[in-house]
Design a protein around this ligand. Structure first.
Ligand code: ADP
Length: 190
């Protein structure tokens, strides 16, 4: 059973690494960004709400995000463990995640912060933008996302560090190397 949170700035490679770790650990990778984007594509009410915020680089309100994650974590496949990518991102989301897990008699095993330098993440995102055309990957919006990360999400690593749950992994370099570092950090033999 593995319950993990991946922290790290936009462009640090969380999504890529989450998919790889999930495969190895045999638990679902739950990406709030992916769930929002799927809802936008399907034109759901949640998608319509989320899109307004995402396109501006703002966080979707906690009430909306928390309800969505609580629902996702209540699904049977998450009972065996999970890897959260992009959640929690605010202090209020940390409280909500604690509440949801406590209600299931569960707790996080580890929080992994993937570190990356700002110049590198901006370069990566602008490259991804050219390849994938994500509507929130324009330069102004990326800047806002990074600003919010610094203000609201980066401080969460201190919270988890105080709980003795945090490990930091260098997200720079080749994708395979970062995966190997991550597996090592969570104690899984490569
Ligand atoms: P990135 O990590 O590159 O910013 P994501 O796909 O994780 O990309 O998130 C895209 C957008 O989805 C965010 O900018 C935000 O608007 C919204 N979002 C994702 N996760 C959360 C969250 N936990 N709380 C609020 N908004 C979120």
């Amino acid at each position: 059973m593995t319950r993990l949170v991946l922290l790290g700035p936009p462009g640090a490679g969380k999504g890529t690494q989450a998919a790889r770790l999930a495969e190895t650990l045999q638990v679902p990778a739950i990406s709030t960004g992916d769930i929002f984007r799927a809802n936008v594509r399907e034109g759901t009410e949640l998608g319509v709400t989320a899109k307004r915020y995402m396109d501006a680089g703002e966080y979707v309100p906690d009430s909306v995000t928390n309800a969505m994650v609580a629902d996702r974590l209540s699904q049977p496949d998450a009972a065996r463990g999970f890897l959260l990518d992009g959640y929690p991102r605010t202090a209020e989301q940390v409280v909500e995640l604690d509440r949801v897990l406590a209600a299931q008699d569960a707790a996080l095993d580890r929080v992994v912060e993937i570190t990356a330098d700002t110049d590198e993440v901006v370069t990566r995102i602008l490259k991804r933008s050219a390849e994938q055309g994500r509507s929130d990957d324009t330069e102004d919006v990326v800047r806002r996302r990074l600003e919010l990360y610094t203000e609201q999400t980066a401080p969460l690593s201190a919270t988890y560090e105080q709980r003795g749950l945090l490990v930091r992994v260098d997200g720079m370099g080749a994708v395979d190397d970062v995966t190997a570092r991550l597996l090592d950090a969570i104690g899984v033999p490569a």
